[in-house]
Ligand binder design. Structure first.
Ligand code: NAP
Ligand code: ZN
Ligand code: ZN
Length: 350
């Protein structure tokens, strides 16, 4: 067994505190990653709070994991000690259902094994995530980080990046497309960067006046304060594609109204409670309402390589792990530009 140290919540809504636990010795196809940085996703906060139900405690959150390979099992082909590598939201899946065979492991019909709080077939317990010093995973669920990318600001690509990249590819966002991004947080700011890189016309819808200014610095062509009724009305019927990254309850009707004929609103944000949807908002212009969860392993590697080629990384604020509870509070307030990343060196020597 490998002794591991990290931070955990011991029960729902608890503050995160130091926690020691064990990782398995690498099996033949496993790699051991020394974690250098881990992003702080709003999903970590939802799961610590048990917003969606089904959370398992103690919980070591974290699924935006980057680091260096320290050991490999004897059958590992893709990695060698010293390689930069990354792990996102999944560490395994059934690998035999039609979704897995299509490289869409996030839709595994038998349920993917998520990086934390998911049943762990090796230990018989539950998986522990990236707010820790190391992690062990099958190489099939580990991806390579292009050398050109700064490791810390690449970490949030593993969730915020792929969760926005995947639906934008699925719905062919590109030149000639008008795209809306709702909520300028970790996911939203990556949607803006990808939208601009893909050649779309990008507008941000935000509840924060200061973020309207930041949106344009990030490359968005327009920014609209969603509390400004006249400004919202002026955008009606304009958009081919809107990605909704909002983490709290909000008005879906107002967003559907922004779509043109055949436009699609893709929900990626996960407020715990359902929102009402009016059929009349969909039928008149044949609009679609869709959802999307992260992306498959192959597409995650494609996204990282795309970011390497185009020099795309996340805008981050680094935090020591000892300040993780403050980072959570500030994320909930929307007070971060635009993603916290934990510097795992702050754990110090055992
Ligand atoms: P985040 O950084 O906190 O960003 C969420 C943004 O939503 C905030 O910055 C804020 O943007 C907006 N917002 C928050 N409360 C709001 C409210 N009451 N009304 C309107 N807007 C509000 O969170 P994130 O890490 O990007 O994650 C966003 C959501 O996506 C979370 O629910 C998370 O669980 C989910 N998620 C889903 C997937 C997936 O695979 N589908 C993957 C990762 C995360 P403004 O200040 O600009 O208004
Ligand atoms: Zn996430
Ligand atoms: Zn499967």
């Amino acid at each position: 067994m490998i002794r591991s140290r990290g931070y955990a919540a011991r029960r729902a809504k608890a503050r995160l505190e130091p926690f020691s636990f064990e990782r398995r010795e690498p099996a033949p196809h496993d790699v051991v990653l020394q974690i250098e940085y881990c992003g702080v996703c709003h999903s970590d906060i939802h799961q610590v709070n048990n917003d969606w139900g089904g959370s398992e405690f103690p919980m070591v959150p974290g699924h935006e994991i980057v680091g260096n390979v320290t050991r490999t099992g004897p059958e590992v082909k893709k990695f060698a000690p010293g390689d930069r590598a990354a792990i996102g939201c999944m560490v395994d899946s059934c690998r035999s259902c039609s979704s897995c065979l299509d490289g869409e492991e996030q839709y595994c019909e038998n349920g993917p094994v998520f990086t934390y709080s998911s049943p762990d077939k090796h230990s018989g317990g539950f998986t522990y995530g990236g707010y820790s010093d190391c992690i062990v995973a099958d190489e099939a669920f580990v991806v390579k980080v292009p050398e050109k990318l700064d490791l810390a600001s690449a970490a949030p690509l593993l969730c915020a990046g792929i969760t926005t990249y995947s639906p934008m590819r699925r719905w062919h966002v590109g030149a000639g497309c008008t795209m809306g991004v709702v909520g300028l947080g970790g996911l939203g700011h990556m949607a803006v960067k990808f939208g601009c890189a893909f050649g779309a016309q990008v507008a941000v819808f935000t509840t924060s006046a200061w973020k309207a200014r930041e949106a344009q610095r990030l490359g968005a062509h327009e920014a609209v304060l969603s509390s400004d009724g006249a400004a919202m009305a002026a955008q009606a019927g304009r958009f081919d594609f809107i990605i909704d990254t909002v983490s709290a309850p909000h008005d879906i009707h107002a967003l559907l109204t922004l779509l043109r004929r055949d436009g699609v609103l893709v929900l990626v944000g996960l407020p715990p409670d359902p929102a009402p949807v009016a059929a009349f908002d969909l039928i008149g212009r044949r609009r679609s309402l869709a959802g999307s969860v992260i992306g498959g392993i192959r597409e995650t590697q494609e996204m990282l390589d795309y970011c390497g080629t185009h020099g795309i990384t996340c805008d981050i604020e680094m935090t020591p792990i000892q300040k993780i509870n403050e980072a959570y509070a500030r994320t909930v307030k929307g007070d971060v530009k635009f993603r916290f990343v934990i510097d795992m060196a702050s754990l110090g020597e055992p």
